[in-house]
Ligand binder design. Structure first.
Ligand code: HEC
Length: 315
């Protein structure tokens, strides 16, 4: 019985192989299995104990068998054990790959030239180099066919494909991460589910000052086209999130409401309350708000101005 390596190498190596396989095969999401399922710690401990037990048994058997040997056989056995283990095949291949002649045989390959006593050896190219050279030819040929004859995807196309894929993933992500909105990215929501959620938020937080129908009380009328702090989804989102002017009574709701909820209640205010007719409307406050990004609202008016200026010029 010949031990090729010592137990202090064997046990950890086998242990970590089992550990690695366990982590590989147990699906535990982001966390390592050893943390997610504490039972695996027990399993590993068991593995360690069993490995130790096997080592003990093996060395006991070795001991018993050793005692049964004759003295001479014992000596031979010990000598064999002392011998250093070598990876013969690896060593031979390494020397073969270098391809150099041993010193003793150099006389066979020395060339006739003699430059002031300096002579030249005609060594063959080292096989490792030659094989790599052939491999690069094969690689080059395959590459040429793939990309220049059969027009495989080049880097530009691959880049575009990946960007397109990433954009799609961002879209998907945004759908599930509604709380990512802020006043710059918020869009008017029109889904019935969003609007009814917005209505709920409004009923439970805002009616005290704005009335259930938005007609206004302590707070201004939300149903008319006049806005103190600006209309449009972005301004309304900003007002609700950051609050009104100091001392007016409209607090910053971002402490209480999530961004998604603010977007919903802002959309509810704009799509449902705004433009409706409340029971006791508060007189309009602020200015009529015109969306600066909308198409030119009054082309007729503009036209008049132009004709006027033209007529002025003519006069
Ligand atoms: C404590 C009373 C109070 C509550 C509650 C309240 N508001 Fe206000 N709200 C006000 C006042 C007062 C103003 C006017 C602020 C100003 O003039 O700066 C205002 C202004 C607004 C404006 C801007 C109106 C404009 O003309 O520019 C919007 C939109 C608004 N509130 C929505 C809401 C929403 C949505 C809620 C519930 C989440 C809410 N408010 C809760 C008192 C309140």
């Amino acid at each position: 019985m010949k031990n090729k390596s010592n137990w202090w190498i064997r046990v950890p190596v086998i242990f970590f192989i089992i550990f690695g396989l366990m982590e590989y095969f147990i699906d535990s999401g982001d966390q390592p299995a050893i943390i997610k399922y504490p039972i695996t710690q027990l399993f590993l401990l068991l593995v360690l104990v069993i490995l130790g037990a096997i080592e003990l048994i093996l060395s006991a058997i070795e001991n018993v068998m050793f005692q049964t040997l004759s003295e001479e056989a014992q000596k031979r056995y010990l000598a064999k054990k002392e011998q250093k283990w070598e990876w013969k095949w690896g060593k031979e291949t390494y020397i073969k790959l270098l391809g150099s002649k041993p010193m003793e045989a150099e006389s066979e390959i020395v060339l006739d030239h003699n430059y002031d006593g300096i002579r030249e050896l005609d060594n063959k190219l080292p096989p490792w180099w030659v094989y790599m050279f052939y491999a690069s030819i094969v690689f080059g040929f395959v590459y040429l066919l793939r990309f220049h004859v059969f027009n495989g995807d080049n880097q530009d196309i691959e880049y575009e494909q990946e960007v397109a894929l990433a954009l799609k993933e961002i879209e998907e992500y945004k759908k599930t991460a509604k709380d990512l909105v802020d006043e710059d990215t918020v869009e008017l929501l029109t889904d019935a589910s969003d609007l009814s959620a917005g209505e709920k938020t409004f009923q439970s937080n805002c009616v005290a000052c704005h009335m259930a129908d938005g007609g206004g009380g302590i707070g201004p009328n939300l149903t008319d086209q006049h806005w103190i702090l600006g209309g449009g989804i972005k301004n309304v989102f900003h007002t609700i999130s950051e609050g009104g002017r100091d001392g007016k009574g409209m607090i910053a709701w971002k402490q209480t409401l999530k961004p998604a909820e603010i977007a919903q209640v802002a959309s509810y205010v704009l799509t449902t309350l705004n433009g409706s007719t409340p029971a006791n409307p508060k007189p309009a406050e602020g200015d009529i708000w015109v969306d600066p990004n909308a198409e030119k609202v009054a082309p007729a008016e503009e036209l008049n101005v132009v004709t006027d200026s033209v007529s002025v010029a003519l006069n």
